[in-house]
Design a protein around this ligand. Structure first.
Ligand code: DWN
Ligand code: SAH
Ligand code: ZN
Length: 415
């Protein structure tokens, strides 16, 4: 018998050694909402995460073909959150102000979805192009004047954009680049499309916030990478760029907005070494950090399932609120199905009348929230303020919200 252990996985970016440190079990595609149980394709992958000892990139170990996740039936719409719409309006205003002095500037957005950011760019009369393969991007309902290429951004599409529209002064992307396992192709595409003094501004959930708050549900198929300053800096350097700035944002539980320029064209902000030191102190490059994270996740799972069983035993009614992509990880990892959670309310028409991926919890419109249940399990904890304000009648009627990160909590309960 050959007892040689299999070689450790290698980093998708730098080919360094990746140490596996978290396994969230078999998971379905988070955006696949079957209409009925028979429509579940049965496709599952192992949601396992590792950290690269060389560049620090936290990444998944199994890749899913992008066309299984994104494309014609991708249901997420940025504009389901008013808070996120306002965030992208403010962001676009800032980007537009930065471009104003230039002659006929051109902005490209990777992952423009329903045009929540490009709407403001179009209104300002700035030449732009969104690149996104989803139906949200293709929809005739997208805001007037917003131009899109309905396709995946990679090296070839980037070259095609440059050949047709010329070089970009700014490439912007939110919550998308981390979703693309072939990041080398994205970086070569940026090299092809960005002008000499162009900037790449990219925001994504921040690994440090995920680790600090045990946001384990930010890990699901689409989030192939969990970015940090260290790993994004290494990525930029590898492809002839430099990470010149980073700004902390409150959205999605804590994000960083990275600014990347061609090497030698901009000064590096002192924020970068400061954040690197913080990340080092937090142990973000150390596999044991994620082993401890895994222990906390198991504690949350046991606490949440225990609470739901206890409430069921008392005859209390509990429904889910917001069928987020994040909820796929929670439901499948914890094994929560319709027997513990009869349905989830969600305002996205594309999700209503369907079933949650894997554990098949029915998704209904927010109208099904009335008459109010006793408890509501909030999967969009990142939009807690917006949702709790919108549903203030629920708590006024004595209803209680359940959240599960950074730990299981019930509003109004004595701790
Ligand atoms: O990175 C990603 C982010 C931007 O969006 C993608 N990979 C997928 C998706 O992640 P998510 O589904 O976890 O995102 P959200 O923003 O937490 O999703 C909110 C969900 O909640 C949507 O399905 C809409 C719903 N919702 C609702 O029913 N009532 C949201 C609000 C604000 C509401 O009032
Ligand atoms: N930027 C928006 C949408 C994020 S959801 C926001 O922050 O709310 C992720 C988006 O990335 C989806 O619209 C999906 O279709 C798109 N996407 C996935 N892979 C892509 C790729 N290779 N190129 C461009 N867009 C991509
Ligand atoms: Zn690496």
């Amino acid at each position: 018998m050959d007892a040689t252990p299999p070689p450790p996985p290698s980093c998708r970016i730098c080919a360094g050694e990746v140490t596996e440190c978290l396994d969230l079990g078999p998971q379905p595609v988070s955006s696949g909402y079957p209409r009925e149980p028979e429509e579940d394709s049965g496709y599952r992958f192992r949601l396992a995460v590792g950290v690269c000892s060389s560049c620090g990139m936290v990444q998944q170990l199994e890749e899913i073909p992008p066309t299984r996740m994104f494309g014609g039936s991708y249901p997420f719409r940025t504009s389901t959150s008013r808070h996120m719409e306002a965030h992208f309006r403010d962001t676009a205003d800032r980007l537009v102000r930065g471009l104003r002095g230039q002659r006929d500037p051109f902005l490209v957005e990777i992952g423009s979805n329903d045009g929540s950011l490009l709407r403001t760019v179009a209104e300002a009369g700035i030449r732009h192009l969104g690149v996104d393969p989803s139906s949200a991007a293709a929809s005739p309902d997208r805001p007037a004047g917003v131009r899109v290429l309905v396709d995946f951004f990679h090296e070839e599409t980037a070259k095609a954009v440059r050949d047709e529209h010329g070089e970009a002064d700014l490439v912007y992307s939110a919550n998308t680049v981390s979703h693309i396992s072939d990041l080398g192709s994205v970086m070569r595409g940026l090299d092809a499309v960005l002008g000499r003094d162009g900037l790449f501004v990219c925001e994504d959930r921040y690994l440090a916030d995920i680790v600090r708050n045990t946001y384990f549900d930010q890990i699901y198929d689409e989030h192939f990478y969990l970015f940090s300053v260290r790993s994004v800096q290494a990525l930029a350097e590898r492809f002839g760029f430099t990470l010149v700035d980073a700004e902390h944002l409150g959205v999605h539980g804590g994000s960083l907005r990275y600014t990347i320029a061609r090497r030698g064209t901009r000064e590096v902000s002192p924020v970068i070494p400061a954040l690197l030191a913080e990340e080092h102190a937090l142990g973000l490059g150390d596999p044991s950090t994620y082993l401890r994270f895994g222990d906390r996740v198991r504690g949350i799972r046991d606490g949440l399932v225990g609470l739901l069983r206890e409430l069921a035993g008392q005859g209390a009614s509990v429904v889910g609120y917001a069928a987020t992509a994040k909820s796929a990880t929670v439901l499948n990892y914890c094994g929560i199905g319709p027997e513990l959670l009869p349905f989830i309310c969600d305002s996205t028409p594309e999700k209503q009348g369907r079933l949650s991926p894997g554990t098949l919890v029915p998704i209904r419109s927010p109208e099904a929230f009335r008459p109010y249940p006793d408890y509501a399990l909030l999967f969009a904890w990142n939009h807690a303020e917006e949702i709790m304000a919108k549903e203030s009648g629920f708590t006024e009627a004595g209803g209680r919200w359940i959240t599960y990160v950074p730990e299981v909590r019930v509003t109004g309960a004595r701790s």
